[in-house]
Design a protein around this ligand. Structure first.
Ligand SMILES: Nc1ncnc2c1ncn2[C@@H]1O[C@H](COP(=O)(O)OP(=O)(O)OP(=O)(O)O)[C@@H](O)[C@H]1O
Ligand SMILES: [Mg+2]
Length: 229
């Protein structure tokens, strides 16, 4: 294919259009970020939260909306914008943003296990809850993240009210103890478990289920904010 007929493409994409069919198809299938105003607003909110100085009671956020609406992509983009870095002075890895998924059931043992897995910390699956908790807190203290993002938080709803409260308390405990903000992400059901908590800033994503092209751009996201007292 001649480059002359690729004039309609952005210069950075012309080389890709000259590749073999397999490579082009693979390229087309990759996830791509399409910017739209409401996602930018959510990213700004996340940025504001990340800049929050350590406080006795750290503000947290619940980002919720229907399934397939783009919540995970928003937080994935935010994580890409804040990659891990190496602290040359102290010789340790620094992660401003740690992301993980809520386990399928609200079980504290599984939560700490998933967190340790995300932190790349080898641990025994049969270790007691207190051992996992201590290990996770020690590591988090060393890595010193400024934000923990927990996706699929609607999994909390698989548990009863008591288990949901226990998981929420665990998140608040981590946020206040280690002085980072926690962002929980989940479907529209998520606030049922979380709305009652005044420490949460609630950000709701609402849009058409079809997320392509103009529909994505004109999608609506409403934001309601409740400040912690
Ligand atoms: N900003 C975006 N740019 C491009 N594609 C997007 C964007 N947001 C969403 N999409 C498309 O929508 C799909 C679903 O997005 P995503 O996985 O983030 O939804 P979700 O709200 O997290 O859903 P669930 O609640 O089921 O986890 C993506 O795989 C992607 O194809
Ligand atoms: Mg998701």
């Amino acid at each position: 294919m001649s480059t002359a007929i690729l004039g309609h493409l952005h210069a950075s994409k012309r080389a890709e259009a000259m590749l073999e069919a397999d490579a082009r198809i693979r390229g087309l299938r990759r996830d791509r970020w399409i910017d739209y105003p409401r996602a930018s607003q959510a990213l700004l909110k996340l940025e504001g939260l990340l800049e929050m100085p350590p406080r006795a009671r750290m503000p947290c956020m619940v980002l919720h909306g229907d399934s397939n609406i783009g919540k995970t992509l928003i937080v994935a983009k935010f994580q890409r914008e804040h990659p891990d870095r190496f602290d040359e002075v102290k010789g340790v890895e620094r992660r401003d943003v740690v992301g993980m998924q809520m386990p399928a059931t609200p079980d504290q043992h599984r939560f700490y296990s998933a967190l340790l897995f995300e932190l790349g910390a080898p641990h025994s699956a049969s270790a007691s809850l207190s051992v996992l908790e201590r290990l996770a807190r020690e590591l988090l203290r060393r890595i010193a993240p400024r934000m923990l993002i927990v996706d699929e938080v609607h999994h909390l709803l698989a548990g009863n009210y008591r288990e949901q409260r226990a998981s929420l308390n665990l998140l608040k405990f981590l946020a206040n103890d280690l002085k980072f903000s926690i962002v929980v992400v989940g479907t529209a059901d998520a606030p049922l478990a979380l709305a009652s908590d005044p420490q949460m800033i609630s950000v709701s994503v609402r849009s058409s289920p079809s997320l392509d092209g103009e529909q994505l751009r004109t999608s609506q996201m409403s934001m309601t904010r409740r400040r912690c007292p």
